[in-house]
Design a protein around this ligand. Structure first.
Ligand SMILES: [Zn+2]
Length: 193
C-alpha cells in the first residue's frame, strides 16, 4: 500500500467519524443516554473484519465490552480485562466468540512459519484432538471449523484454570462462561456449551 492510499484510508475513517458524530452512522447510534451505562457482557472475538460483536448481537454504545485478538484466544492481559469486566463492573456473561473460515486458525493449521508463533501453542491442542477423528488433508474446511470450535472450548477451560476470580464467579452462578461460533454466511451464532 502506498502512502497515498494510506492517507485515503485514514481520510475515510475520519469521514466515518464525522458521520458518527452527527448521528448519520449506518451502523451504530451515537446516543448520549448510553454514556454512563454498565455493560452487561464481555465478548472475546477474533480480529477478523467480518466478525463485529456489536453488529452481530445488535448492541449499541455502552452495552458490551469487546476484546479482540487473532484466533480469539486468552492471554494474561485479556484475562485481566475479563476480571475487570465481571468482578468490578458486574458483567454477567463472558462469551468467547469464534467464527467459521478463521484465517488465524487456518494459518496455524497450515503451520505458517512466520506468523502466529504466539498463537500456535494455544491452537495446537485443538489441532491434536481434531486430528484423531478428521484428516486435514482430506477434509480441510471441516477440519479447520472443528479446530476453531475445539479451541474455543479449550480457551474457556484455560480461562477457568488461570483465573480464580472468574472461576469463583462462575461457580457461584454470578456469571456465565459461554463459547460460541459465528457463521459468516447465515449470521447465526451457535452456542457450543
Ligand atoms: Zn478469525
Amino acid at each position: 500500500m502506498s502512502i497515498h492510499s494510506a492517507s485515503l484510508v485514514l481520510e475515510e475513517l475520519l469521514q466515518g467519524n464525522l458521520r458518527f458524530q452527527k448521528n448519520q452512522s449506518s451502523t451504530i447510534i451515537n446516543n448520549k443516554e448510553f454514556l454512563n451505562k454498565d455493560p452487561k457482557a464481555i465478548i472475546l472475538s477474533c480480529i477478523d473484519c467480518r466478525v463485529i460483536p456489536e453488529a452481530i448481537f445488535d448492541q449499541g454504545i455502552g452495552d458490551i465490552y469487546v476484546t479482540r485478538i487473532a484466533g480469539n484466544i486468552e492471554n494474561k492481559d485479556i484475562i485481566n480485562s475479563f476480571e475487570f469486566a465481571c468482578d468490578y463492573k458486574g458483567c454477567k456473561v463472558l462469551l468467547v466468540l469464534g467464527h467459521e473460515d478463521c484465517g488465524a486458525v487456518t494459518a496455524v493449521c497450515d503451520d505458517h512459519k512466520k506468523l502466529f508463533t504466539n498463537l500456535k501453542p494455544y491452537v495446537s491442542p485443538a489441532i491434536s484432538e481434531v486430528s484423531n477423528s478428521i484428516s486435514f488433508a482430506d477434509h480441510r474446511s471441516n477440519f479447520i471449523s472443528k479446530v476453531s470450535e475445539k479451541s474455543i472450548l479449550l480457551t474457556l477451560d484455560r480461562i477457568r484454570s488461570k483465573s480464580a476470580i472468574l472461576c469463583d464467579l462462575e461457580k457461584s452462578n454470578k456469571i456465565k462462561l459461554v463459547g460460541a461460533m459465528y457463521n459468516l454466511e447465515t449470521g447465526k451464532v451457535k452456542i457450543l456449551n
